[in-house]
Design a protein. Structure first.
Length: 220
DNA sequence: GGCCAGGTGTAAA
DNA sequence: TTTACACATGGC
């Protein structure tokens, strides 16, 4: 297990050396992180940016403002992010939770629990953990499909590995908040970048020496 | 024109 | 418990 820890730390160092700090989450404040976390569900960040911009230009990117806005109106502002009716509902659900804490950052950060976020319809594990890590600075690692794919290619986990299993691997290597924020961002950056190449091969990237299979390969 | 993107919930098998 | 599908826009 200590070996695995060292291995994951080495991967982190290689990625960090290659790409440098990623500055995640790209948002001006905690509430923008939360809105972005919902809007980015199965959606490219480019489209999320347009939706966020719409809200900003209309002075709506504040919890109280969105609380007062109707679901139908909200949906129109976030259209570019896709699934806009669904996401308007999900944002409303989340804002209803935030209202319990009087839309107050400190109060929410001090009291909010993962289970509470997960109980909100439209908030799954990845969204909940993104909010906890990037909006509220909780040392909780965010697992996404990029993470799963990368660990599969590195033969650290198999395809059936569940969310918490993968998460615990990262919780085992460090409890450092910045490391969690950076590692997740670096994984996203790396896998995206590699997949953009026409024919990525093994050994083709900064961690290639550890990959038996191409990142695009479906082989486990 | 087809495929995919920083997922999640629901319903049927 | 697993699988299929809906949700929708915009970039390449």
């Amino acid at each position: 297990m200590d070996q695995l820890k060292d291995f994951l730390l080495e991967i982190y160092n290689l990625l960090y050396s290659e790409y440098g700090p990623q500055g995640w989450w790209p948002a001006d404040n905690w509430f923008e992180v939360i809105v972005g976390a919902v809007l980015t569900q199965n959606t490219s960040w480019k489209n999320v940016e347009k939706a966020i911009q719409n809200l900003k230009l209309n002075n709506l990117l504040e919890p109280e403002r969105l609380y007062k806005l109707s679901e139908q109106e909200l949906a129109q502002f976030i259209r570019p992010a896709g699934f806009y009716n669904l996401k308007a509902k999900r944002l409303k659900n989340l804002i209803e939770l935030l209202r319990k804490y009087d839309f107050d950052f400190k109060k929410t950060a001090a009291q909010i629990k993962r289970e509470e976020l997960l109980s909100v319809n439209g908030v799954g594990k990845e969204t909940a953990d993104s909010i906890l890590l990037y909006a509220f600075d909780k040392p909780i690692f965010v697992v996404d499909n990029y993470t799963r794919r990368l660990l599969q290619r590195l033969e650290v986990v198999c395809g059936e590995a569940d969310y918490e299993e993968i998460q615990s691997l990262f919780h085992g290597i460090s409890s450092d908040l910045q490391c969690y924020k950076e590692y997740h961002a670096l994984i996203v950056r790396h896998v995206k970048q590699i997949c953009l190449k026409n024919k990525p091969k093994c050994g083709d990237c900064c961690i290639g020496m550890f990959c038996k299979y191409s990142i695009l390969s479906t082989k486990n």
